[in-house]
Design a binder for this molecule. Structure first.
Ligand SMILES: NC(=O)c1ccc[n+]([C@@H]2O[C@H](COP(=O)([O-])OP(=O)(O)OC[C@H]3O[C@@H](n4cnc5c(N)ncnc54)[C@H](OP(=O)(O)O)[C@@H]3O)[C@@H](O)[C@H]2O)c1
Length: 267
């Protein structure tokens, strides 16, 4: 397999790093020229990576193509290219159904979708792929845990869930800053909170038979500090606000709502 990327931004950098680091498959990879500094950096770091002169040159030299441009420009970028029936296409573009992508990359017929996350660079990402038995599943297997997803509706729900990454760091930052304001060195506060959450994430994985509500109860002494904070947040609508925000993101992630003209760096 020769793997080509259309769009060399944040997620491409993470995937290429995960695939090319020692111990990875390190298959031949060809990058589209934008972003030039990310593309040049990856080609300098990894022997298996080269930068093509154009997007079309990626198609002409690769059999498997990963679409990794932003949703807003995807139709225009693809409309300028000539795909072949032999191309296998894996789309990372949020909010674009497989049918919509198929219309943009015809005559290629082998289309799948995937949601790799930035932690593919460290090979510890959950990676949702649709359909489950697609080439995307084996391609991403070295980069974390692949979740084969049976329907696009389910994939879009998981895509929505990934929108919580930045908010997670917002939550962590708010707590760290609050603690640091009490006089603890900022770095120590940050390290402590990160370790606290790492431990909880480990518990969530190990105790997968227990519901989140059970785990919350197990981490709350009756009348204690955890119970107080959880009740305060619940009573003030924080979790309802989270649900409302997920509903709003879901309308975009499932293509029900048009995308704004500009978008944040990560989808
Ligand atoms: N980031 C994530 O965690 C993540 C996860 C899953 C899926 N995705 C999806 O992956 C896609 C890319 O996301 P991203 O976060 O990597 O965005 P990004 O960092 O903005 O990367 C997109 C890249 O596309 C390049 N580009 C712009 N115009 C181009 C053109 N005409 N031809 C080829 N490349 C062009 C940009 O180059 P310039 O910098 O020169 O403009 C930029 O480097 C999105 O559709 C997103 O929904 C992202």
């Amino acid at each position: 397999m020769t793997l080509g990327f259309l769009g060399t931004g944040a997620i491409t950098e993470a995937i290429v790093t995960g695939l090319s680091m020692p111990g990875g498959p390190a298959q031949p990879i060809r990058l589209s020229p934008r972003n030039p500094s990310i593309a040049a950096g990856l080609a300098a770091r990894f022997e298996n990576v080269t930068v093509c002169a154009s997007n079309q040159a990626v198609l002409d030299t690769c059999d498997t193509i990963i679409l990794a441009v932003r949703p807003q420009i995807t139709p225009k970028v693809l409309s300028e290219l000539h795909f072949a029936p032999t191309h296998t296409v894996i789309s990372l573009v949020a909010g674009f159904s497989a049918v919509r992508i198929a219309g943009l990359v015809a005559p290629s017929a082998a289309i799948s979708r995937a949601i790799p996350l930035p932690s593919v660079a460290q090979r510890r990402s959950p990676i949702a792929v649709y359909p489950p038995q697609s080439v995307a599943a084996s391609l991403f297997a070295p980069l974390g845990q692949v979740f084969g997803i049976e329907t696009e509706a389910h994939l879009n729900a998981l895509s929505t869930a990934t929108s919580t990454m930045a908010a997670y760091f917002g939550f962590m930052g708010q707590i760290s800053s609050w603690v640091a304001a009490k006089g603890i060195p900022e770095q120590q506060a940050r390290q402590y909170i990160a370790q606290l959450f790492a431990g909880l994430a480990g518990t969530g994985l190990e105790e997968s038979g227990q519901s989140p509500a059970d785990l919350a109860a197990a981490h709350s002494t009756p009348g204690g500090l955890n119970e107080q904070l959880l009740r305060h947040l619940t009573d003030h609508g924080v979790f309802q606000t989270l649900t409302d925000a997920l509903d709003a993101v879901h309308r975009r992630a499932s293509g029900m709502q048009p995308l704004p003209a500009t978008s944040p760096k990560s989808e």
